[in-house]
Design a protein around this ligand. Structure first.
Ligand code: 7JM
Ligand code: MG
Length: 216
């Protein structure tokens, strides 16, 4: 396989971060993206907002839609309590492979599982295959055209419970207007917007938190 940007980013972490130290992996990923090549990790600025929302939620079961190279999986897992689990879904097999190595190097592989495939495929299986009754936190960061469909699927399969926290990246850029309109107007979510910037750039972006109020 040709040497892809994602492979170069993984190699940089393996050479420069500290094995078993998730913070050092996060720091070296940000350093790579600022000094070598831009990649679509959620990044350090939006990452601090993600940290605060995760700490506040203190979740036991986390879903992530869109693993990419594992930056946010490592960033979230480093904040989870013992026994908590993160299931992260990634459609792209090359990214999933890079992410698994990143997560293992960071030493959080005992709490993070990367599911290779689409959210559409895995959400219906969460209960019988992964023993997940409901989830406490969902980080949505995959593809703008899937945010709304997959959120409705989480509702349809009763994966959410009163108080489940959805946190969506890129609600300004690239933008997910249909998802925003839905969570802000359907009556089943309490929404908060967190203005920020596209990772490692000056372009405006934002995160949106949507707390599920129940199957009204
Ligand atoms: C790729 C890109 N170019 C310019 C500006 C933003 C992006 C960008 C940023 C992200 O955080 C993304 N997250 C998930 N999925 C994406 O496709 C994605 C794309
Ligand atoms: Mg993103």
């Amino acid at each position: 396989m040709e040497d892809m940007k994602e492979q170069r980013m993984l190699d940089y972490v393996l050479e420069n971060a500290v094995r078993g130290d998730p913070q050092s992996v996060v720091d070296k990923l940000d350093q790579f993206c600022r000094s070598k090549e831009w990649t679509m990790n959620v990044g350090d600025e939006k990452g601090l907002i993600l940290d605060k929302v995760v700490i506040e939620a203190d979740p036991s079961i986390v879903l992530e839609l869109g693993t990419y190279c594992g930056y946010s999986a490592v960033r979230i897992a480093r904040l989870l309590k013992p026994g908590a689990r993160l299931l992260s879904m990634e459609l792209n097999p090359v990214h999933a492979s890079v992410a698994r190595k990143m997560i293992e190097f960071a030493g959080v592989h005992h709490m993070v599982e990367v599911l290779e495939g689409s959210a559409e495929e895995f959400i219906p299986k969460l209960k019988q295959t992964y023993g997940v009754e409901t989830v406490d936190f969902v980080f949505i960061d995959h593809w703008k055209d899937r945010y709304l469909i997959d959120t409705k699927m989480l509702e349809e399969f009763r994966v959410l419970r009163e108080g489940s926290v959805l946190l969506a990246d890129n609600v300004v850029y690239p933008g997910v207007p249909d998802f925003l309109q839905y969570v802000r107007t359907c009556g089943r979510y309490e929404c908060t917007n967190y203005p920020s910037h596209v990772q490692y750039m000056n372009q405006e972006d934002a995160l949106e938190k949507a707390v599920f109020l129940g199957y009204l």
